[in-house]
Design a protein around this ligand. Structure first.
Ligand SMILES: Cc1cc2nc3c(=O)[nH]c(=O)nc-3n(C[C@H](O)[C@H](O)[C@H](O)COP(=O)(O)OP(=O)(O)OC[C@H]3O[C@@H](n4cnc5c(N)ncnc54)[C@H](O)[C@@H]3O)c2cc1C
Length: 410
């Protein structure tokens, strides 16, 4: 990766972590991601002999899975310089965006568990921090078959029509909640997760304003998983349905039992998720740019490297401008949201949209620079293009996010 580091105040620790993660991203994530992408059956991505499992174990050796968990629960949140987060996510997206998302979503229920006042729930976070074997894997279970964008709109107080109420219900009976319903095939890590951050409907009369959030283990009686989802982009990322049939969880596992509080929590989740997406997909955009630049220096047409041709020069420079712009916004938004507790939803959304759109456009331009070879699997940029296309829907379709962002801005 050959970009000039414009942030001149990055400390030596941040640079050392960046170097270490880059080594892992390029040396391990990139080749494993390509290998998994080429498997025609998504069930093989998570088969016993899949390289996914050793990759997860090696990722745990970097200790980054516990980066968001406070020291008191075995994590290292307080030790992390806020400048490090975007560097790490960028490198991971550079290696393989789908796998980067798997690792990011994988820590979510555990990070939330550390926020619980209940010792039994906090223990879930501690177990995760200590899990060097990669046996505990999390997921963010929010989307449902009939409610995708509805969930993204849940921060809008006007979204209170009972017709829009979500499908997974949680009803309090004594000291337990009884959970019924289904989460969609889009849940990242859905078929391999051991724990979920589970969004539920607590009060159907309030539509999307009646929701809550639980942290639950996924080996409870009544829980069933679907088969791994087959899709065109981010094929290395396992996704799949989760079904709940009269599942009982202790009351203490309902982290947010009050819809009024959930509204605030949902804003924080959207801020965090969009900030992370903004960081990760600049990495993918940079990867597509680097491949195109390298190829332009090697490919000879008209007796000269194609870089000598005016149209290729102009295209490459436009790609360069886009990547640098997306990185600049993503870094600033990340830092702001890391040090300001409330954060800014609309800046986070702007960063997500800019980065994913940039990744998509730059990967498309990379295909143009490669000519016919851009369409061949061998050269890899077609995979980057497919992965980038998925990101524009991932964690909220960009146009729905933009409407929510505009509401927040106004
Ligand atoms: C790679 C990937 C990873 C994902 N990971 C996860 C995950 O970890 N966990 C999880 O739960 N989900 C995950 N998702 C699901 C994702 O959040 C949803 O796909 C997304 O929110 C869109 O929902 P939908 O697919 O149901 O589309 P729909 O909501 O059905 O939208 C279809 C179209 O209608 C438009 N539309 C819908 N409602 C409105 C509205 N109110 N106003 C204007 N336009 C509207 C949308 O813009 C879109 O073009 C993932 C998706 C992808 C692609």
């Amino acid at each position: 990766m050959g970009y000039l580091e414009l942030d001149m105040d990055l400390g030596s620790e941040a640079k050392a972590i960046q170097k270490e993660v880059r080594k892992f991203a390029l040396g391990e994530m990139r080749p494993v991601g390509i290998q998994l992408d080429r498997l025609s059956d998504p069930a093989d991505v998570i088969a016993k002999d899949s390289p996914l499992w050793s990759l997860i174990r090696n990722y745990r050796k970097l200790n980054l899975h516990m980066a968001g968990i406070p020291k008191a629960f075995g994590g290292m949140a307080e030790e992390m310089d806020p400048k490090i987060g975007p560097l790490v996510a960028h490198e991971m997206g550079y290696g393989d965006a789908g796998l980067a998302i798997s690792f990011g979503a994988g820590s979510m229920p555990f990070t939330l568990a550390a926020m619980s006042p209940e010792p039994s729930v906090q223990q879930i976070a501690r177990d995760y921090c200590e899990d060097a074997k990669g046996e505990l894997i999390g997921c963010w279970a929010i989307t449902e078959p009939q409610h995708g964008s509805d969930w993204v709109n849940a921060t809008n107080p006007k979204f209170d029509d009972p017709k829009c109420g979500s499908e997974v219900t949680a009803v309090l009976k004594g000291d337990e909640y009884i959970i019924n319903g289904q989460k969609a095939a889009w849940v990242s890590n859905g078929t391999i997760a051991t724990h979920a951050a589970l969004h539920v409907n607590l009060d159907p009369s309030k539509g999307m304003q009646g929701t809550g959030l639980a942290v639950i283990p996924l080996d409870l009686p009544g829980i069933r998983k679907g088969k791994p989802l087959d899709k065109i982009g981010q094929r290395a990322l396992n996704q799949g349905e989760i079904f709940f049939d009269e599942v009982k969880i202790p009351k203490s596992h309902m982290l947010v039992p009050e819809p009024a509080v959930m509204h605030m929590v949902m804003r924080q989740i959207l801020t965090g998720a969009n900030t992370g997406m903004g960081q990760t997909f600049v990495g993918l955009a940079q990867a597509a740019f680097d491949e195109a630049l390298k190829y332009a220096k090697e490919r000879i047409q008209g007796g000269v490297p194609i870089f000598e041709h005016q149209n290729i020069k102009l295209r490459l420079f436009e790609m360069f401008i886009k990547v640098e712009s997306a990185r600049a916004l993503s870094r600033r938004v990340s830092l702001y949201n890391a040090v300001n507790e409330a954060g800014s939803v609309h800046y986070a959304i702007a960063s997500k949209i800019l980065s994913t759109r940039t990744a998509y456009e730059v990967a498309s331009d990379a295909i143009a620079v490669f000519g016919g070879n851009g369409l061949a699997r061998e050269y890899g940029v077609e995979k980057m293009f497919r992965d980038a296309r998925a990101s524009m829907i991932e964690d909220g379709d960009n146009s729905v996010l933009a409407i929510g962002g505009a509401d927040d801005l106004i």
